[in-house]
Design a protein around this ligand. Structure first.
Ligand code: ZN
Length: 343
């Protein structure tokens, strides 16, 4: 079979790739759609992010869906021909965190298309993947495989909403409007937010956010004081989803958060300097959020029932043979929200 493999920065190839039949408890899935994520783009442009670097060629991709092609012994709940989403995370199931139910914090997490461990865990941008049956979730007949491949990033945002607590009637700020910021808008709407304000430094994603139901979409590069109306008193936002990983975005948001407000940090941003006294005196709560767990099945359920519609986010689909063109397109924020490969 063939796979989309990163060898070095800007060296993305279509390689032949070893195939494997499913062992007991495993399932082989013929991949149909794979979404290009920000981390895939980091591997493509820079060979990694932070201290994580590719050490050997690695198939990219972890937002994938397809059709069951073969079922190993014992995976009785699955059958050939089933349409499924593939959960790219495989926690060990027996470390201290897994036993506590904190599976996204697993000490031995195997996450597809990640160079965090060595040898790397190969990703899902290939014609077939063989995975544990526990990683495969059948999807509703109403759901396309393209939508099913959005389950992973949607799960990330649902997990973030679990960190924030109830959004019902809340005033929500989303900083950064890539796919994660845009999906956070959809999750905030679903969660019953009364007002959703989105900021970014580019116009195209902001126009997108408006279409998805944001109350206000503000370009803080053109208009640095755009959040001023929400600064009344000590600030008026109940919840912040920080999806940019940018220090300036987080710092300026601190001034418009109401006392006791909850900041959920989604974006990975390396080291930052923050005015700690603002956090202390306004009793703000800064919370991290990382990947997801049970939210993967929830994402598929919500999409399958039509409660969250991710279709508008998929701005392009290209055959995987054109992966380089697809990665370049995905890097262009003026044109793209989510670009998928088709297999
Ligand atoms: Zn574990």
């Amino acid at each position: 079979m063939r796979a989309v493999v990163i060898h070095a920065p800007k060296d993305l190839r279509i390689d032949s790739f070893p195939d494997s039949a499913p062992a007991a408890g495993q399932v082989r899935v013929q991949i149909a759609n794979g979404g290009i994520c920000g981390s895939d783009l980091h591997y493509y442009h820079h060979g990694g992010f932070g201290t994580v670097r590719i050490q050997q060629p690695m198939a990219l991709g972890h937002e994938i869906a397809g059709v069951v092609a073969a079922v190993g012994a014992g995976a009785t709940e699955l059958a050939e021909g089933m349409r499924v989403a593939v959960n790219p995370s495989l926690p060990c199931g027996h470390c201290a965190y897994c036993r506590e139910g904190l599976r996204n914090q697993c000490l031995d997490m195997r996450f597809m298309g990640s160079a965090m461990c060595n040898p790397h865990v190969q990703g899902g941008f290939r014609e077939f993947v063989t995975v544990e049956a526990s990683q495969v979730v059948p999807i509703a007949p109403t759901l396309s495989l393209a939508e099913a491949a959005m389950a992973e990033p949607l799960s990330v945002c649902l997990h973030a909403a679990h960190q924030s607590g109830s959004l019902l009637g809340k005033r929500v700020l989303v900083t950064g409007c890539g796919p994660i910021g845009a999906l956070s808008v959809l999750v905030a709407r679903y969660g019953g937010a009364a007002e959703i304000v989105v900021t970014d430094i580019a116009d195209a994603p902001l126009a997108f956010a408006k279409k998805l139901g944001a109350s206000h979409a503000l370009n803080v590069a053109h208009e640095p004081a755009a959040l001023e109306p929400w600064r009344a008193g000590k600030g008026t936002f109940d919840v912040l989803f920080e999806a940019s990983g940018n220090q300036a975005a987080l710092r300026s948001a601190l001034d418009v958060m109401r006392p006791g407000g909850v900041i959920v940090q989604l974006g990975l941003g390396g080291e930052m300097t923050l005015p700690l006294n603002t956090l202390v005196t306004k009793e703000l709560q800064l919370r991290g959020t990382f990947r997801f767990d049970r939210e993967f099945a929830l994402a598929l359920k919500l999409m399958g029932e039509g409660l969250i519609d991710v279709k508008p986010l998929i701005t392009a689909s290209l055959p995987f043979e054109q992966a380089v063109a697809a990665f370049e397109l995905a890097s262009d924020r003026a044109q793209s929200m989510k670009v998928q490969l088709t297999f």
